[in-house]
Each structure stands twice: as C-alpha cells, then as structure tokens.
Design a binder for this molecule. Structure first.
Ligand code: FMN
Length: 329
C-alpha cells in the first residue's frame, strides 16, 4: 500500500506523527518511534519562557561590571543562567543528533504565548536541522487579562514566518470566537499547517472531599469527536495542511480522520497507554482496511467524507439536528 503523505511539504512514509511529548524528548525515544513505524515526530516543546529567560540573563550579564560581580544573588543568577543555557543547548543538540540518527522528519516545537523576543530561537532550531516547526500557541481562554487573545496568533505567525524558511505549523485550541472563520484566517497567513486541537488541563471535582481532583493525563477516544467534526468542516476550506490531534487511539480512528480530510494524524496518549507498538498496529489496520476497500493510496480516500458537509456546514448540521432530534418525544 502507498501510505506516503505530504505534510508541510515534507515527504512522510505514512501519515502517523508522534505528537510533542516526553516520548520525543530523548534520542532513544525518537529512534524507537522511527523503528516502530512513525512517519515523523514533533519534539517535546521548549517553552517561550525558557528562551526569554536566556535573553534577559544575557543582557544582565553584559551590563554587569565584573569588578562588582560578587553578591550571592548574582552568583545564583549565574548558576540559573548556566542551567538554562544548558537546556537550550541540549534542545538544539537533540535536533542535531536526531537528524543524524533517523531518516524521518524532525519537527521542532515551541510552546508560546506572546510575540516577545523569543522568536530568534526558531532560527537556531532551523540551523540545527529541524525540518519544520510546530508552534503550540498556548493562549488560555480562561485568561481574563488577555483582551487581545486572537490577535496574538497572527502577530506570532508574522514574526516567525519572517525569521525562518522551514515550514511552520500552528497547534491551536478550539476556543476561538467563530472557530470556522478563525481557522480559515489562520490558514491564510502563510503557515503550512494547522494542528487541531490542543488539549487543555481539565480538572474534575471529588464530591466526597469537595476538592479539585487530578485531571486525566491521557486522552480518551471520546475526545476525538470535536477533532473529527472540525477536520471534516474545515478540510475543504483551508489553505494549508490539517493534522488531526487529540483522542486518536486506534487504526479505526486514523481512518476516520483521513476520511474527514486530515493530512496527517498526531498521536500521544495511545502510545503512553499501549506502547510504541501501537503505531504498527494502527498502520496494519489502515493497510487492511485500504485493501478491503480497494484503495492503494491514502490520497484516493482522504477527505471523501468531508465533502458531505457541502457548501454550507451550518445548514447541514441544522438539517441533521432537525431530522434526528425533532422526532424524539
Ligand atoms: C506527557 C505529555 C507531555 C506533553 N508535552 C507536550 C509538549 O511539550 N508540547 C505540546 O505541544 N504538547 C504536549 N503534550 C500534548 C500532546 O502533544 C497532545 O496534544 C495531547 O496529548 C492530545 O493528543 P492525544 O490525545 O493523542 O494524547 C503532551 C502530552 C502528554 C500526555
């Protein structure tokens, strides 16, 4: 079967990408994921705050008079700086090492919240050999102070696209006003892909102790419903690739996302739960299904179902609602 997929202009041997997580945070992890069939990996994110701290510390260092460099707090600052630099250095080294060790694309990842002075670091990731970048623009809809929520996405994109030549994807949440229009507008900024969707920290309540209880670290298959719906609605309307993310655990889920029009599929929780062998199982299911249905390439059926949404998805959904729910008494 021909499972090859073009995502962000990169040639992938199959559409399954391991999403940003601890699984992609070490060289051994990345090598093992390639061995188990991953089409590409998104590296564990570096945080905007880590990069900004380095910039601030460098300025502070330059302004310091070495003659008076003696206070304890400054010594601690220095130690902190050293640790942070080491972090950024290690991050770039992992890109270099991974590029030597595996042949699948390596997508660098930054978790960011503003367009402050961290964007230069994307250039260093490009120079280290990253094939593409994924920016997880992690604006929290529960942030009541941030009045410019959606504008920040466009500002960040503009700055990063002016800094690097490698393709850039944006990982977004579903918390936008008028999600459809926002996704369309983001796809027209020059980014090569959108990853839909990010998963937020969602605590539960323990009614016996009456306290917040620890949220589930890993997603469940139930959570894929919104991703499936929005991939189907948007795949014919955007100017870039769409990677489906959240709640995709099995080969069946992968097939559904492709039928809805996803260019690629990102998986994380299922690999924590079932081990990296799950990638192979998903690919086997995809191969068998394609053979049963008489398809020999992914492109032959990608988006087959999204077209059912037609020219007016809102009218389609309203019709379905009226048809299915109005008769229930
Ligand atoms: C342990 C763990 C670490 C993660 N670290 C990152 C990260 O560094 N950057 C990021 O963008 N997403 C991170 N994520 C989120 C995943 O990339 C993904 O968006 C989310 O888990 C939903 O996909 P899933 O349902 O396949 O797990 C992490 C998820 C897990 C479970």
């Amino acid at each position: 079967m021909n499972l090859t997929t073009s995502y962000l202009g990169l040639e992938l041997k199959n559409p399954i990408i391991v999403g940003s997580s601890g699984l992609t945070g070490t060289l051994d992890g990345i090598v093992s994921l390639e061995k188990h069939g991953a089409g590409a990996v998104v590296m564990k994110s570096i945080f905007e705050e880590e990069i900004l701290l380095e910039v601030k510390e460098q300025v502070k260092e330059a302004e310091k008079n070495p003659m008076i460099y003696s206070g304890l707090s400054e010594t601690l600052d220095y130690i902190d700086l050293h640790i942070r630099e080491d972090n950024l250095g290690k991050f770039l080294q992992l890109i270099r090492d991974a590029k030597k060790a595996v042949s699948i694309p390596i997508i660098g990842s930054i978790n960011c919240i503003s367009n402050e002075d961290w964007t230069h670091f994307t250039k260093r990731m490009e120079e280290a050999g990253a094939d593409a970048l994924e920016l997880n623009i992690f604006l929290n809809p529960a942030d009541f102070k941030n009045k410019e929520f959606e504008k920040a996405y466009f500002r960040i994109i503009e700055k990063v696209l002016a800094t690097v030549k490698i393709p850039v994807a944006i990982k977004i949440s579903k918390y936008f006003t008028r999600l459809g229009l926002s996704v369309k507008a983001l796809s027209e900024t020059g980014v090569s892909g959108l990853v839909m969707f990010n998963r937020f920290y969602s605590p539960d309540i323990d009614i016996e102790k009456m306290v917040l209880s620890t949220p589930q670290m890993f997603s469940t298959r139930e959570e894929q419903k919104e991703t499936l719906r929005w991939i189907a609605i948007m795949s014919e309307r955007v100017n870039c690739d769409l990677a489906a993310s959240t709640g995709i655990h099995t080969g069946e889920d992968v097939i559904k996302m492709l039928l809805a029009g996803a260019t690629a599929i990102q998986v994380v929780s299922t690999l924590y739960i079932n081990g990296p062998e799950q990638i192979n199982k998903m690919l086997t299911k995809l191969n068998h299904w394609m053979s049963d249905k008489g398809f020999d390439s992914v492109d032959q059926f990608r988006g087959k179902i999204s077209r059912k949404y037609g020219a007016d998805p809102a009218a389609f959904e309203r019709m379905q609602f009226m048809k299915h729910f109005s008769e229930i008494r």
